[in-house]
Ligand binder design. Structure first.
Ligand SMILES: *Cc1c(COP(=O)(O)O)cnc(C)c1O
Length: 426
């Protein structure tokens, strides 16, 4: 039986509790699990039997979330992590090594740009940033040390949609996996694996949980990449000394990446999601499609209204016919262009600051993907340390504000913007 998305978002990974019949997935608030006997314990530690040992590795509540997100993305397995940024490190960890690089899009969440351009250097890894609209440039940037290609499906700060089909072709031809950050789109709007992605990463902090309560992350593996086709991925294809020479790909096949991420990644890096946070994210995902429909419908209404406002110079929503990315929406995210976009005010920096101060329903916060509508003026906050040229290149120039449209009554959101725009441009 193939079930629809709306059914899977409620049921995938979550069965009645075998011990108590509890219908909602219980929060298994436990650190450890009793072994049946010493042989059972030995089999678990040798990866000969799958089961629960210790909650840094696996936990039943967290496992329910992993199965649900893997199912919604159409993947073979998933590993949950303590944040979206943890998920990005966990995705790269089995692939990279000192001297290796990732070819990454210039249009990424600001925190990811910092993580990739600064922090991963401490591990001897590096990133090469390329404009992913220039497919030839992506191809040219991939060299013998490249171990992954990384982009977002609907990219921050909004309005940009990556041609995943074209990029995955390039990655495939070069024999390296494509990692897609699907945070802004969610699997309801975009399913990167169907466009050739090997791994999908999420900040579950955003739309998956959906109401600004937790931080979490997920890495989903498509299970389709042949890690043994070259000698580029020894963590997955070569004997692992810490498990008596076990080869993950040979032993676990399409689950090799997921098993490695748990048995080595979570064991030694420890970026584990806690069961309470997994519970909130499981609750959030139950209504994902309903919320995303409303996020998209509201974003379109507000983008249209702003585009007609005399104080506004430009609106970057891909759902608008005026967007240069409008033609990618039906192919890449057919159910809508998401809830995030930016707009520019003709009156510049000072007017943006006044606008943010004058809004009453919109909250000025460094977050996105909440049920509540959010706004941020990047140039005076998240992108403050950059030069004006860098801000403009990142789509966060002095005259730009970013909106994350919530699920409220759109008429109220428009009224709030109307009164604040009047004050900002008076
Ligand atoms: C928020 C975000 C991240 C980082 O996730 P955290 O949960 O904050 O660590 C990564 N990518 C995108 C697109 C995001 O919006």
């Amino acid at each position: 039986m193939t079930l629809g998305f709306d059914t899977l978002q409620v049921h995938a990974g979550s069965r009645p509790d075998p011990a108590t019949g509890a219908r909602q997935t219980p929060i298994y608030q436990t650190t450890a699990y009793v072994f049946r006997d010493a042989d059972h314990a030995a089999a678990l530690f040798n990866l000969q039997e799958v089961g629960y040992i210790y909650s840094r590795l696996t936990n039943p509540t967290v496992a329910a979330l992993a199965e649900r997100v893997a199912t919604l993305e159409g993947g073979q397995g998933a590993v949950c992590c303590s944040s979206g940024h943890a998920a990005q490190i966990m995705a790269l960890f089995p692939l990279m090594g000192p001297g290796r690089n990732v070819v990454a899009s210039t249009r990424l969440y600001g925190g990811t740009v910092t993580q990739f351009s600064q922090t991963i250097r401490r591990f001897g890894w590096s990133a090469k940033f390329v404009d992913f609209d220039d497919v030839e440039a992506v191809k040219a940037a991939i060299d013998d040390d490249t171990r992954a290609v990384f982009c977002e499906s609907i990219a921050n700060p909004g309005g940009y949609i990556t041609d995943l089909d074209a990029i995955s072709e390039v990655a495939k031809a070069a024999g390296v996996p494509l990692i897609v950050d699907n945070t802004s789109a969610t699997p309801y709007l975009c399913r990167p694996i169907e466009h050739g992605a090997t791994l999908v990463v999420h900040s579950a902090t955003k739309y998956l949980t959906g109401n600004g309560t937790v931080t979490g992350g997920v890495v989903v593996d498509s299970g389709t990449f042949d890690w043994s086709a070259s000698d580029k991925f020894p963590s997955l294809s070569a004997p692992e000394p810490a498990y008596h020479g076990l080869k993950f790909h040979e032993t676990f096949g399409p689950l090799a990446f997921t098993f490695h991420s748990i048995a080595i990644g979570l064991r030694d890096l420890g970026m584990t999601l806690n069961p309470q946070a997994a519970h909130y994210t499981l609750l959030g995902i139950e209504t994902l499609s309903l919320r995303m429909e409303r996020h998209c419908a509201n974003a379109l209404k507000i983008a249209e209204w702003l585009e007609g406002h005399e104080a506004v110079a430009e609106v970057t929503y891909a759902g608008l016919p005026s967007s240069p990315y409008a033609d990618r929406v039906p192919r890449i995210c057919p159910k809508g262009a998401g809830g995030l976009f930016t707009f520019r005010l003709k009156a510049g920096y000072e007017a943006c600051v006044k606008l943010v101060n004058a809004l009453e329903l919109f909250s000025h916060v460094a977050n996105l993907g909440d049920t509540r509508s959010l706004i941020i003026h990047s140039a005076s906050t998240t992108h403050r340390q950059l030069t004006e040229a860098q801000q403009i290149a990142a789509g966060a120039g002095p005259d730009v504000v970013r909106l994350s449209i919530g699920i409220e009554d759109p008429a109220d959101l428009i009224a709030d913007l109307e009164q604040a725009l009047a004050k900002a441009t008076a």
